[in-house]
Design a protein around this ligand. Sequence first.
Ligand code: ADE
Length: 421
Amino acid sequence: MVEKGSEWVVMATGRSPTNIAVIKYWGKRDENLILPINDSISLTLDPLHLSATTTAAVSPSFTRDRMWLNGKEISLSGERYQKCLREIRRRANEVSDAEKGIVIKKEDWERLHVHISSYNNFPTAAGLASSAAGFACLVFTLAKLMNLKDDLGQISSIARQGSGSACRSLYGGFVKWAMGNNTDGSDSLAIQLAEETHWTDLVIIIAVVSSKQKETSSTSGMRESVQTSALIKHRAETVVPARTLKMEEAITNRDFASFAKLTCADSNQFHAVCLDTSPPIFYMNDTSHRIINLVEKWNISEGTPQVAYTFDAGPNAVLVSPNRKTAALLLQRLLFHFPPNKDINLTSFVVGDKTILQDAGVTSMKDIETLEPPPEIKDKVPYQKFMGDVSYFICTRVGSGPKVLTDETLALLDPITGLPK
Ligand code: ADE
């Protein structure tokens, strides 16, 4: 390494997507290593709409490891951060920057400190798996900075120790987290089932549901389920192994009807496990249940699934439709039942891929007010509207995995000081 006292900063910036599980991860067999009791499968969401961006920097002038999240300094002392940092440092390799005349030797990484700054392009508090994108990005970016030679599967196994579902965010497209068998967790990692280009017609609409209630954290919720639910055992041992195979087949064949049935069934069983937990855990609320009803009624009236729903450990609905045309019809239904509060504008009520909104024929707030009731409920008056119960909608799609951002203007740390810009 260049002599002590010299002033230099070496940085790397990465961007990682979030993901939504269609076969749910719920329950650990090892709390410390974050090893699950069943396989899970997810869709990676387009990083343009939902992602974390992280810059990691190293400099001999740094006196301790520091991290900033969305511009605010946070503590890195938590066990999950420490595990990721320890694991990456252990696998770090020599880095040389000929231009700057810097060589960082493999053994230097143990004593050099890092600065990390991360930013989520969506509200961290909205319950949209920010920790999955966040830990995937942290591990991916540090792995680039420290020149890890490990493959993405091994990197995903490190991210898993930060936040279980983060391991699935190391790949784009359709991803399985194989639970693995080894007690050391070395085979509990993400595997890409198909790239994002495999099934490009899918459209995803997320309804961010207003919630005043403090939810049970996933960590404690799944611990309580493992300790008290009989259903979770049946789910992990019998239901999920068969369902995972069927889901892989549905994805391979782009079989939307099968994909939708399996996705809805798995979300419902996950929430049934939560109800089977003592004391019971309620993640969905009345709005979530109304969205399920709306979808089920529509699917039944068409005789074949038009849309799949899935809910994580919170009230937000993630809805998957087979194509843009169906997505526009879905958005019309959602806007009909859940119009915005009077003070909200359309631009902030429907975000992401706004072309779906155009396809739905909605270009102004007035268009929402004049939407006709959907045919499947038209004759069943009175129908109800729930103004303000959905905070906003995000229209998105299946997207790509983590990427290194080489454009220095996108870095979140100053290249001279190594502090947030
Ligand atoms: N938790 C939520 N968002 C995060 C991020 N971007 N990085 C690390 N941890 C997070």
